[in-house]
Design a protein. Structure first.
Length: 529
């Protein structure tokens, strides 16, 4: 006869399970009582019976509250020693009552008390904020192959499995969890969830090949013993709350096509709905809508499973946000003025926008090409733009003519500056646009001559007379100054005249040769460069 199946590995990380030790003590006591009358000398058996009784009392007094017994507790050693005595006890073959002892022990294995659920988190649960339970249970299964036998949790009338496994170092302490959709948790307020732990193990057959009473013999070669325990977890039903509900942007322009985004977040809500055709939505999220064509107020309404209909003073279950629709914006360029003549390659651009909404921008284009955007601030915008069509210094010619002087008296020779460009070459079209509104101005580029200088080489003479400043546009030419001198009789020289001009696009110049042969002159004149 073997009693070894009485001892199972019940140790976990914390120590020894109190419940399993007390049950083991009870089984050993029952076995000792059964065999005391069957052995020639019952003294050792009776001594063990007394020690087990004392050990069981010690365990109850010291560890019943905590449920955990240190492995080195002397009472545990007493129970183990008496269990070993039973294991090694030899009864004569055919001794009356041996069969009854075996049946008693196996029946005791089957009659292990119901398991105990030691912890449930959360407990109680808050509707709308929980999507799983964490479970701890003592499952006092003896025998072999202890397994989860269909443990589950009900939430809102729906069953979900509990994923329970035996604890570290033993089979008696089981831990795990059960998960379910968050929507059921939100709707569970005011109800109670039932958590059920079920376990089973094989306790083996009796010497006569039958299964102990109360076990399941449907599996060949096994006698299945089952344990069962359950507990209820109430769901606290808090009123629904709206944490956030807003529209962006809150102001749009009619016809601009700017989408509107609604964003919301709620808590403890069974249903969340938004009017204006949006309908029922999730407890938090966002929705992108076509812009309304008139001022529109969106209202979000929440309900809880037992909350009254949303009405004042129960204002926490409803929130609103309004989108204002303005007339279309109108843009106007105030600078530069139309048909302006500008002397710089860069021009300041500014204007106004009527009916502008926050964050709007004005698109700027030059000759049909987009040049970026300017932000509208307090109904105005400003920036700068580099012109694409301009005059450069290379576009100009400077007509400084060579001269031959043969008479006395004053001479004044005009110097002409001009270009061969067309109006189209210097005309720039600037457009400001916002939505369907736009405004266009045309500006042309011109060059201003700011200085005129004359320098002589080889002849002392006047510095010249400037005709500046002057503005020269496309296709225009002007006298920008005069080269002057006064020739006297007998003045015979060859001179170089250098004319230079300064303009808004740079400085340049050229040389001319003046030959003076005023009689009487020698036959050969010297030429000085």
């Amino acid at each position: 006869m073997r009693f070894t199946r009485l001892l199972a590995p019940w140790r976990d990380q914390r120590g020894l399970a109190y419940l399993a030790l007390v049950q083991l003590a009870g089984y050993v006591s029952a076995s000792l009582l059964a065999v005391a009358a069957l052995v020639p000398d019952p003294t050792p058996v009776n001594n063990c019976l007394q020690m087990v009784s004392q050990a069981e009392g010690t365990l109850r007094d010291k560890y019943q509250a905590s449920g955990v017994v240190p492995p080195d507790e002397p009472a545990v050693t007493q129970i183990q020693n008496c269990k070993n005595l039973l294991t090694n006890l030899s009864l004569p073959a055919g001794t009356p009552g041996v069969s009854n002892v075996a049946k008693t022990l196996n029946s005791a294995l089957v009659s292990v008390g119901a398991c105990s659920i030691t912890s449930v988190t959360p407990n109680p649960a808050d509707a709308g904020s929980t999507a799983d339970f964490t479970i701890g249970a003592e499952v006092p299964l003896l025998g072999t192959n202890p397994v989860n036998d269909g443990s589950d949790v009900t939430v809102g009338g729906t069953h979900f499995p509990l994923n329970l496994v035996s604890g570290f170092g033993g089979q008696f302490y089981w831990t795990g969890d059960g998960s379910f959709p968050v929507e059921l948790g939100r709707a569970a307020g005011g109800t109670t969830s039932i958590i059920t732990v079920k376990g089973r193990s094989d306790v083996g057959r009796l010497p006569d090949g039958t299964c102990p009473s109360g076990t399941d013999a449907s599996t060949p070669g096994q006698c299945i013993s089952r344990v069962f325990c359950s507990t209820g977890v109430p769901w606290q039903n808090f009123p629904p709350q709206i944490l956030l509900f807003q529209a962006f942007p809150t102001t749009v322009s009619r016809g601009a096509g700017t989408p509107v985004t609604l964003t919301w977040a709620t808590k403890n809500a069974s249903t969340v709905t938004i009017d204006q055709g949006v309908g029922e939505v999730t407890y938090q999220g966002f929705e992108i809508l076509f812009p309304p064509d008139q001022n529109t107020t969106y209202t979000l309404t929440t309900t809880g499973p037992t909350a009254p209909p949303c009405a004042p003073p129960n204002v926490g279950c409803q929130a609103s946000t309004t989108v204002t629709v303005q007339a279309p914006p109108t843009v106007q360029l105030t600078a530069p003025a139309n048909n302006d003549v500008v002397l710089s390659n860069t021009v300041a651009v500014s204007g106004t926008v009527q009916n502008a909404v926050p964050g709007q921008t004005v698109q700027i284009s030059l000759n049909g090409a987009n040049k970026g955007s300017l932000t509208v601030v307090n109904g105005t915008f400003a920036g700068s733009l580099t012109l694409a069509k301009t005059l450069t210094l290379d576009d100009f010619f400077l007509n400084n003519l060579s001269q031959s002087i043969t008479t006395t008296g004053s001479v004044a020779v005009p110097v002409t500056m001009g270009n061969s460009k067309t109006t189209a070459d210097v005309t720039n079209v600037i457009t400001a646009s916002i939505g369907a509104s736009s405004d266009t101005v045309t500006v042309s580029h011109a060059v201003q001559v700011t200085d005129f200088q004359v320098a002589w080489s080889g002849c002392p003479s006047a510095p010249g007379t400037p005709e500046v400043p002057q503005t020269i546009g496309a296709g225009q030419s002007f006298v920008v100054g005069f080269v002057e001198c006064g020739a006297s009789a007998g003045f015979c020289q060859t001179c170089t005249v250098h004319v230079s001009v300064a303009t808004t696009v740079g400085s340049g110049g050229n040389d001319s040769t003046w030959v003076f042969r005023v009689p009487p002159c020698p036959a050969v004149s010297s030429v000085r460069e």
